[in-house]
Design a protein around this ligand. Structure first.
Ligand code: TXA
Ligand code: MG
Length: 326
């Protein structure tokens, strides 16, 4: 059921539902989340069940203010502090040692916890109103079924789940891909998932280099090789390869969509064409929404021009590479 996220009565109703252990889908600046109070293992279990997500894949706990994050942490490493100070509220998640007994089910049995203070005004209002009702943090994965494309509009969430689910509509998400995740629990910070904040920006704030995710990383669904999958088969190709492939098509009606930055001359009549924005922030913002639209048009193939191999494109390239691995 859609509620207007800008209506204070809707915020109060959603906060009350959270306090009572119900689920609420909420907008954040990155993607929509499927929220449950983090300290209620039964409420958190409903999130795992609804998503179809394995119970050992930890959820991120969202807080209204940076200071609220500390209650969930056994230790607040200086690097977590520097990153939070630089990017909160915003599209960054830090992983820190978990305070014993806090958000155990949400953390999927890990002795660490992922924490994020989102910047979206509706998320902020909801988290504040929930806190007034005794909810210290809201565990929320992206509001999609396991392995599928993250939602960036309320409609996407409503398409994904039962109409009875409370969905706070806060409009289209501005960032469009999920938060950058930095694991600050292992001495040296590790970049587990790239987002729109570049590695260089993270390192400047951290004051040190970030290690790459290694084999020892705990299971993280956003870090599985195949994820964010549209129904259509997605393939990433460099622009010349994409042009050559289009030239080979002889007009046989293929259900093909092409998403690329340089308009291929040969696309007309052969494929559905969507232009990929020149700027990585815009590409990130529309990415999941475009994949959902192409799926809705019933194409069976999506050919995507590989984004430039520059750091600003890391987040978008990561999501596309994983969508192509499915
Ligand atoms: O932007 C976002 O982060 C969105 C919005 C709703 O905040 N949330 C999101 O949640 O993307 P989810 O569950 O789809 O992805 C969270 C990722 C998963 O890959 C999860 O395994 C990882 O964060 N994660 C959470 N807690 C962790 C922990 N303690 N250790 C390692 N990875 C963790
Ligand atoms: Mg997700």
């Amino acid at each position: 059921m859609r509620l207007d996220g800008h209506d204070p009565a809707a915020i109060a109703r959603a906060a009350q539902a959270l306090a009572e252990g119900e689920l609420v889908a909420l907008p954040t600046e990155t993607v929509y989340g499927l929220g449950a109070r983090a300290d209620d293992d039964a409420a958190v279990a409903k999130v795992f069940a609804l998503k179809g997500r394995p119970a050992d894949h930890p959820l991120i706990v969202h807080v209204a203010q940076a200071a609220d994050a500390r209650a969930f942490a056994a230790d607040w490493p200086p690097v977590a502090q520097r990153l939070a100070q630089a990017f909160w509220p915003g599209p960054l998640t830090v992983i820190v040692p978990r305070a014993p007994g806090m958000a155990a089910a949400a953390a999927g049995g890990q002795d660490t916890v992922g924490l994020r203070c989102p910047a979206h005004p509706v998320a902020h209002a909801l988290l504040l109103a929930a806190r007034e009702r005794g909810v210290a943090g809201v565990a929320a994965p992206s509001a999609n079924r396991f392995g599928r494309i993250s939602p960036t509009r309320a409609d996407h969430v409503l398409d994904e789940f039962d109409p009875g689910l409370l969905v706070l509509d806060g409009g289209p998400c501005q960032v469009g891909i999920e938060s950058s995740i930095v694991d600050c629990s292992r001495g040296r910070p590790v970049l587990l998932r790239p987002g729109v904040i570049t590695r260089a920006q993270l390192e400047a704030a951290a004051g040190e280099r970030l290690l790459d995710r290694d084999a020892a990383a705990p299971r993280a669904s956003g870090t599985l090789d195949a994820h964010y999958a549209p129904r259509a088969k997605l393939r990433l190709m460099a622009a010349p390869m994409l042009r050559a492939a289009l030239e080979m098509l002889d007009g046989t009606p293929l259900k093909l969509a092409v998403y690329c930055r340089t308009v291929p001359a040969k696309v007309a009549g052969k494929a559905l064409y969507r232009a990929m924005p020149e700027r990585p922030e815009q590409a990130a913002q529309e990415l999941f929404s475009v994949l959902r639209e192409l799926d809705a048009q019933g194409v069976s193939l999506i050919w995507v021009e590989a984004p430039p191999a520059t750091p600003e494109w890391d987040g978008v390239r990561d999501r596309l590479t994983r969508a192509a691995a499915s």
